[in-house]
Every structure is written in structure tokens, then in C-alpha cells.
Ligand binder design. Sequence first.
Ligand code: NTF
Length: 828
Amino acid sequence: MAAPEVTHLPNLPNDVEGLRQSIRDAVVRVVGEDPRQATERDWMEALAFAIRERMVERRLLTRRQFADEDVKRVYYLSMEYLIGRMLEANLRNMGILEPARQAMADLGVNLDTILDLEDDAALGNGGLGRLAACILESLATQGYPGYGYGIRYEFGMFRQEFEPYHQVEHPDNWLRYGNPWEFPRSDRKYPIHFYGHVVEHHHPRGETRYTWENGEEVLAMAYDYPTAGYGRRNVNNLRLWAAKATRDFDLRYFNEGDYIRAVADKAESETISMVLYPNDATAIGKELRLKQEYFFVSASLQDILDRHLALGYNLDALPDKVAIQLNDTHPAIAVAELMRLLVDCHELSWDRAWDLARRTFAYTNHTLMPEALETWPVELMERVLPRHMGIIYQINHDFLEQVRHRYPGDNDRLARLSIIDEQNGRRVRMAHLAVVGSHRVNGVAALHTQLLQETLFEDFYNLWPERFVNVTNGVTPRLWMIQANPALTELLGQRIGNDWQYDLDRLRALEPYAHDADLQKAFLDVKRANKVRLANLVRERTGVELNPDVMFDVQIKRIHEYKRQLLKLLHVVDLYRRIRAGEDVAPRVVLFGGKAAPGYARAKGIIQVINEVADIVNHDPAVGDRLKCVFFPNYEVSSASIIIPAADVSEQISTAGFEASGTGNMKLALNGALTIGTLDGANIEIRDAVGEESIFIFGMTADEVVEHRRNGPNPEAILAQQPNLAAAVEMIESGFFTCDDPGTHGDLGRYLRHEDPFFVIADYAAYTEACERADTLYADRTAWAEAAILNVARMGYFSIDRTVRDYANQIWDIIPEPVAPSRTNGAA
Ligand code: NTF
């Protein structure tokens, strides 16, 4: 037993005075600056340090309690965490936002100015990465023992600029000033191997053993980011791995006297964690990507097993004490890596190891899009991870034996189910590996899960129906309401109290007041103030002036053909032409935001044409306030939290059957925007929740899309029937918006007329009709306010807390473990 001084945790005060002292001290002791000369950035760092020492204290309390209580833990393995800024979120979740604001004011510093200095932590592309960040926040908020594992990319999602119309990517050097939120753990390092070869050791009695030899080695070093729960003392941990060269690795060349080569090789081996691949919903067949995936998976599994054993559990208890969630297939190599660790390193028998692995893993699928499904050439896998390739063959062999037994003679089925795709030059299907190696597979919205069962995983579903479950996505109300929309939060507090912050279903208490004229007025006032806030930001970033009294119609998401930014753009062009022709159309501001993958030419073309159209429309004196079109540059989490509360209308117009869930749809609806949407992803569940009167549904259903494709779509024929649409397409392809080079968009015209793979043309009439329904309702301020209030009141289901409880109950089998104030550390 250690002496009391050794086990004591500091227990820092959280009142204004205590905070002020910590911050002032940190300027000197941590930042190393004279408080008289400290800059705003110095104060920001000092504040961050004052918070982080309080966070780590609770983190340690949490960890002690989890160990004492013998809890089961869940580990979330994700290549992406789209966190955004941490300062305000940490202050709020630690319950010290207001004391800190006061403490800073006492020190002569404005907190809001400081908050704006922070770069986003953009370690993700879009929905998948943001979902991971929401899940971690909710795990802590609800007191679940849940940990994130990922990669500490030195460069996150690129910064987007327009020069002047097309997207240019700039590196996101988010760590350039250091990062006060991370705890580098030089004691937590694991060796990770690549390449080399496998040696078989035959034992006369017993199984053949394998060793993996003579590969390259790199170290994975842990960086810990404490994650605070809201309204609770629980603080969990996100552990991100950075690649560090091993000393041995350098030595080879040092001994040969090639100093420069040794140093260069060191830098080379550290590129593994250098940069996030900026591709959303597309697999990248690059060797470095495979190395990234394996790097963070191996480090995480070694760490998980280490902790499991250090807590005194044996390996047979793994599925009772550990659940591991695979966020899409990016970490699916974990199935083979855990087998390697259990069989080769811990010398378990194959069968025992397989039973443990399968009961420990679960897999979330986030997309049906074929181009997003990861497959690795066998040849590449064999070279980079030779032992894993052998393990995958063994897993596949055992699996196909089962299938053969169940469906004798059905070779087609075997080929369809096999982990190895033999049709396309022999590739490892990572989704198959994930399904075979997991006890649960989930989709992220009801329709998505249904389509998984009927299409992508049909054969697996027939084999193991009990393995498939749905867990509809959600969003955290802490970021997407309390932080992003303080004015609405305040109004809700006045009307229905604050219980909804912990239990979003309680928003329902608002329903009876939906037709209350006072509430409607207050609600519309809040929306208008949020629109003014956004208009100021848009002016600052783009120079475009927006009128807060017209409808703000918002489409913010990654640029992708299936998300159909082109459908919205055609509507803009159509309206513009009609305004010029003297028609009276309902006024609107159309705001786009989102990035295109750097190699996705069509998406980049869409950004360019939107910017060109916007430039003409916004400068046409004949248009004025009746139509404005803005492409908000560098859309990221921090700008989302300004845009979303200001939206009147939320565009969720993907081709049905393609958007797995969507989560922007939830954030916008929660903030009182009414949705114009297709029956796709979670839009369907949003419609069921808010009711037909608060949503504008249009277009083909997923079934109708399949049917339409089967019938051989004919966009030209549709265009011939719809003069407004035809005129809009002609305007774009004629070069009207590209004075410099009229030829530029001929290609886009051909694309719409002859290919139109996502049925923009086929859905256009229904879409504009839905927009008109929205215009009509918007013109009736009372009716609109009522619908929008009801919309907010009925969004409780889309809280991430419900999502996390669904995972906990249906998949992880874990229970909350709220941290009680300890006797010696009882301060609030
Ligand atoms: C995305 N998938 C889906 O496209 C969204 O519909 C969904 O809301 C989010 O996941 C979160 O579940 C991907 O980003 C990926 F990479 F899987 F394609």
C-alpha cells in the first residue's frame, strides 16, 4: 500500500478565484511569459492548462473507480475523430465555463476572443468522424467506461480556399503551436512491424506455430486527450497514436556511416501518422493507408490486452471485460491482428482465440457505396503484413467450411461470401473479414440496415440473421444545441427547464406551447439573431451581404454526386433566370458548404460551377435581395456551429438509397430548420418523428430509384418536358456563368443530359415542388414558427445519448458507471 501522499490527487478549486490563480500561474509556469506581456494566445494556453489539470484529476478518479468496480470497457477504434475546437467544449463539460469567463475577465481578457483563436481538431472527413467524436462525448456524459483509439495525424483535414472559383487545398498544420490538450505518454509505446516474412515451427505434438521475422519496426507512442462528460465527473480518454522511429532502425545506417540516410529514414518511418487521407466515402488503395490502418490497430490492441492483463483478468475473460467496436472497415485488420496476438504471442489455441475474438468485436457499416468498400490486393497484404495474410486465409478456410456444410455444392455462394475476392485480381474484402470476425454488425439508420440485409450483406444475413442490428445515428445536444445555439438554449430553459440537456426526449415538453404566440415570436427572434450572426461571418469571409429577413436555405456536407448539390444549384439557376425574366419568386439565401476530395474531379467541378453562378447572381443588380448564393469556404465543425442555428431550411436531398444516415440532417432539424428531403437514410425516421407537416418530402424512394434505373433512365426526354429545367441546364452549359471560358461547362451539360447517374433530372420537378411548399409555409410566419417549434420538440430520438445506449445494450453489454465524489476529492 502506497503512502497517502503518493495516492493523493490534487483536487483543484473550480471557483472564480481558484481558476484565476491557476490561469495566472500557468502563464508564468507553463507558458513562460510575464503576465504583463502575455498575448491573447498566451492566455489561451494558460487557460487550457488550468482546465487540463482539472480534467486529468477527474480522469484519474474515473480510472480508479473503473478499476475498483471491475467494469466492462468498450474501445472504439476509429481512423477519424472530427472533434473541432476543444476549449469551450471542455470548459462547458467540466462545468466551469462561466467561472472561467469571469476569471479571464478579471485578468483583463475576453473569453470569446480567446475561444476564436483555437484551430479545429479536424482529424476526420465528415459524418463518420464527427459521429465518433459525438460518441466519445456521450460515453463520458453518460458515465460509460468507453475509450477512443485513433491516429494523431500531424495534418488533419485540409483547409479549403477558392482561387477564385475552384477549390485549392492547403495543409492543416493544426499542431504548429503545440497542443495543450494532449498528454504525450512516452511510457506507452508499442513496436509495430511491417514487411518481413513468416517462419513456421512444426511441433511434433500440437499446433504449428508461426513467427514473423525481419520486418521493419516503428514505434507507436500514445498521446492522451481527456474527454469530459457533461454534468458528470466522469472523464474518459481518447488515445491517439503517433509514429516514432525506433533507435535500432537508425542504428543500421549509423553503423555504415550513412548518417544522413539514417535521419532521413527516421523521418520516413514517421510519415505513417503524418496526414489524414482526405477522402470521404472512397477507399484509397495506397500502401501508406494500409500501414496507417494496421499501425493504429496493432498499437490499440496491444494496449487493450496490456490493460486487461494488468487489471488481473485472464485472456478467457476478454469478451466479458472488453468490447471493441470497429468504426467501418478501416480498423478491420484488427480481427487478424488480435488472432496474431492471441495465438502467436500469447500462445492460445486457434479455436479458443477465434471464439474470444469474435465475441469481442462488433462492426459498424457506414455506407453501401461500392467505391467506399475497402479491398486490398492479396499481393500487397502479403508483402506488408505477411502473417496477417496467412491468418486471413485460415479464417476464410474455416468460415467457408461452415458455409459448405450449410449449403453443399453452392459454389456461387462460396465465391460471394469468401473473404477473398477471386474475380478482381485477388483482393481481401475487409467488410467480409469484419462481418465474419464480429458478433454484431450494425447499420446507422433503419433504411440503411434494411438495405444492408437485402443487398450488400444478403448472404451473410441469411447465414447469421441474429448478427445484424440497427443503431440509428445521433448528435450531441451539448455541442449542437447548448454550445452552437445559446439563444435557443436560453429560451428552452425559460420554457421547459434544462432536463432536456441530459434527456433530449424532454424537448417534447415544448409541444403544447407550439402555437403560443409569445413563444413563436421569441423563437423567430432567436432565429433572426442567429441569422444576423451568420450574415456577419459570411460578410467577413466572402464579402457577400445577406438579408436576415429572407429564408436561409442551407446545404452543408461533403461534395458528392449522390448528395446532389447539383440539384440545389439547378434550382438556383432556375430561380435566377425567372427573376431576370420578371417573374415573382419567393426570396431566399442559398448557402452551400463542404469540401471535395482532392482527387474527385466531378466534385471539384461542382464547387467551381456553384462559385461561378454565385458570383454572377450576387452581383446582378436586377436580383437584389431576392436571391443570394454563397459557398461558405472551409466548412468545418466550428463554422457548422454558426451556420446550423441560422438555417431555416435544411437540404437533405441525396438520391434515395445512397445516404446511409446523415447527421447534419439531425443537427439542423434540432435547431429548428425544416427539412426538404428525400426518403433516404435517417430522413425517414426524422419524418416519422416530426410528422409530415414539419418536413417537405419529395422524390423517388429507394425502391423507385432501383426501378427507374432498371427501366433505363432518359434525362433528355424529361428535359424536353420541363422548359424551366431545360433552360437552367442550357444556361450552365452555354457558358453564361463563365465569361472567361464559355467551354468550361459543356461537359457538365453532357453529364446531366446523358449520364445523370444520381437522377438529378428525374427528381427535379418533385424537388422544386417541395421547395415551393416550403416557400408557402415560410410566408406564413405563424404557421412556420409552429412547425419549426414542433420540429425541435420532436427531435429527442436523435440524441447521441440514445444511440450510445443502443450500442451499450444491443452490442457492448456495458453499463454506466457514474463517478461518485470521493471523500478526499469531493469538490464539485
Ligand atoms: C457516412 N459514411 C455516411 O455517408 C453518412 O450518411 C453517415 O451519417 C455517416 O457515415 C455516419 O454514420 C462515411 O463517411 C463512409 F466513409 F463510410 F462512407
